[in-house]
Ligand binder design. Structure first.
Ligand SMILES: *[C@@H]1O[C@H](CO)[C@@H](O)[C@H](O)[C@H]1NC(C)=O
Ligand SMILES: *[C@@H]1O[C@H](CO)[C@@H](O)[C@H](O)[C@H]1NC(C)=O
Ligand SMILES: *[C@@H]1O[C@H](CO)[C@@H](O)[C@H](O)[C@H]1NC(C)=O
Ligand SMILES: *[C@@H]1O[C@H](CO)[C@@H](O)[C@H](O)[C@H]1NC(C)=O
Ligand SMILES: *[C@@H]1O[C@H](CO)[C@@H](O)[C@H](O)[C@H]1NC(C)=O
Length: 510
């Protein structure tokens, strides 16, 4: 079973809240969390080495603290006087009072101080003397009422409410820092917050002068078959260590698993893939193949984000070395390698366990909000990463039907209702033809989510950059010595665009 795994990235997007996107099973969720932590670790190390804006970090020195803004729970009904605490961070270390404001938008996971301390937007903030502010998304992280995740209360979770939170945050920051029209606002986000970044500019052009939207799947889609089409292309892409042989081996390995499922060789599968429990129930068989597919999807989506998690390594296991072993056996090696890295002794393929996690209304102030994100896929975006297309290398048990069932099982939302919600979202925001202005869409061609993004210039001011060989939200990470030239070039282009926008704003307002 999978619930969209979006989740970006970023350094902190990770750290900061942009990691995610994805409809994934349990394994995908584990990978997301691990990417998050490794990004946070990297940001921490980077800050220790280089400090913030060239100033070394002194223990006990100034460090952005979590702050709270109380917001209406329902912006669209002023009779409802309920509120919720929304977490945000401010870094005014680079700012001069005439300078711009860089708004970093949180998404489907918690944010932290790293959202205003690390990442490409922070490097640019230093260059342009910007005030950096970051707002956590409602219902994620700590930005939620104690009773907020129950079926009854989760209904005020939507991208429309989130954009309106951004507008009232804009007002709050404007008043607190005595901002004028001379303080030009730009917004940044990656993954789902990348879409929010584009949509904030689209719907509130008087509040934000321009937007950078990284890895933004702005086109909602119920049956996102394109996701695994890109996964297959990336597994065979030599630029990132893939090969046709690798893709064929993955495909053959999954076929062998499907054959054993059909033949009823369940105890063999259970043993070979170190399953924690039996595979007698059909739903647990689907959960197994879904978890196996997650390893490949997660590896592609987050290629090179964490050590050991890259396409080259997984393709080496599937297709490297001699011809001795079958693709099936190699697939078991990939799984064992994954379990070892996660320090797990067996693979939990119980659908009921997975369902129970999504039904859990307990709030976790740190991490990815999986229940909330599934709710948003059911009520706004779909994004179900299915495998029913014959070119998909995994198992057709990853079906649209099983994904939609999850919306009914967890939230009582029917399939036709999910379908019409997705149609409405595209109508409301304009899908990949938003008809806005001053938006830069940045995508990586390895990233499966680019299939729902804007990849070509739509007009003179709605521009697109497609980076050769990078995965989800790579452009948002802080600059690293090992960055490929295509990524370095893309960051230079983003930087130049930001500089041009700020110059245009100066001309417009002076
Ligand atoms: C909020 O609304 C409820 C019901 O309309 C009302 O009883 C209550 O007094 C209001 N609370 C505040 C603080 O205004
Ligand atoms: C904003 O203006 C008020 C009143 O002039 C002043 O007291 C306050 O210090 C200013 N705040 C900032 C952040 O400049
Ligand atoms: C199922 O297991 C039996 C006995 O272990 C074996 O002979 C048969 O080839 C297996 N079938 C598949 C499809 O692996
Ligand atoms: C991406 O870069 C590689 C070299 O690293 C090149 O061979 C390939 O043609 C490029 N792909 C595209 C789509 O430009
Ligand atoms: C904005 O900047 C212009 C040019 O620097 C200056 O003349 C004007 O007074 C500024 N406006 C405000 C409200 O600070």
């Amino acid at each position: 079973m999978r619930s969209a795994l979006l989740h970006c990235c970023f350094a902190l997007s990770a750290l900061s809240g942009l990691l995610s996107l994805g409809t994934g099973g349990k394994v995908f969720r584990q990978i997301k969390e691990q990417v998050r932590w490794s990004q946070e670790l990297r940001a921490r190390k980077h800050l220790q080495l280089y400090g913030v804006g060239g100033r070394p970090l002194v223990p006990g020195g100034p460090w952005p603290k979590a702050e709270t803004l109380w917001q209406p729970l329902d912006h669209f009904n002023r009779q409802n006087n309920l509120t919720f605490p929304q977490r945000f961070f401010v870094n005014d270390g680079f700012w001069n009072p005439q300078g711009p404001v860089f708004l970093f938008i949180g998404g489907e996971s918690s944010i932290s101080e790293y959202s205003v301390l690390s990442g490409h937007h922070v490097e640019m903030a230093q260059r342009y003397n910007a005030l950096v502010v970051a707002l956590e998304h409602r219902y994620y992280g700590a930005s939620i009422n104690p009773d907020g995740l129950s079926q009854e209360n989760i209904r005020f979770l939507s991208s429309q409410q989130a954009l309106t939170d951004l507008s009232s945050f804009h007002l709050y920051i404007t008043q607190r820092f005595n901002l004028t029209r001379n303080n030009t606002w730009l917004c940044f986000g990656g993954s789902y917050p990348g879409s929010l970044s584009a949509w904030f500019r689209l719907k509130f052009p008087h509040l934000v002068f321009a937007a950078v939207a990284s890895s933004a799947p702005v086109r909602a889609q119920l049956d996102f078959t394109g996701y695994n089409k890109v996964v297959a292309e990336s597994l065979s892409n030599p630029v990132v260590g893939g090969s046709d042989k690798c893709l064929q081996a993955v495909s053959a390995g999954f076929h062998a698993v499907d054959d054993k499922l059909k033949a009823g060789n369940l105890s063999e599968l259970q043993k070979d893939f170190l399953c924690c429990g039996s595979l007698d129930l059909a739903e647990d068989q689907s959960e197994l193949v879904s978890n196996l597919a997650d390893i490949f999807m997660g590896t592609v989506q987050y290629n090179r984000e964490t050590a050991g998690y890259d396409i080259a390594a997984v393709c080496n296991l599937m297709a490297g070395g001699g011809e001795g072993e079958s693709s099936y056996t190699r697939l078991t090696h990939v799984l064992k390698d994954y379990l070892a890295r996660m320090a797990l002794s067996c693979l939990d393929s119980s659908f009921q366990n997975s369902l129970a996690e999504l039904q859990d209304t307990q709030i976790n102030p740190v991490g990815v909000g999986e229940r909330q994100w599934v709710y948003q896929t059911c009520t706004e975006f779909g994004y179900y990463q299915t495998c029913e297309d014959p070119r998909c290398p995994f198992s057709p048990l990853l079906s649209l039907r099983s994904q939609l069932q999850l919306c009914s099982q967890v939230f009582g939302i029917s399939p036709p209702s999910v379908e019409s919600a997705v149609t409405f979202t595209n109508e409301f925001y304009g899908a990949d033809h938003p008809k806005s202005s001053r938006i830069l869409f940045v995508n990586g061609d390895i990233d499966p989510w680019h299939a729902l993004g804007v990849l070509k210039d739509r007009s003179r001011s709605e521009r697109a950059i497609l980076i050769n060989g990078t995965a989800h939200c790579a452009d948002m990470n802080p600059t690293q010595p090992q960055d490929p030239p295509s990524l370095t070039l893309a960051r230079q282009q983003i930087n130049k665009q930001v500089g041009d926008w700020l110059e245009a704003a100066r001309k417009e307002f002076s």
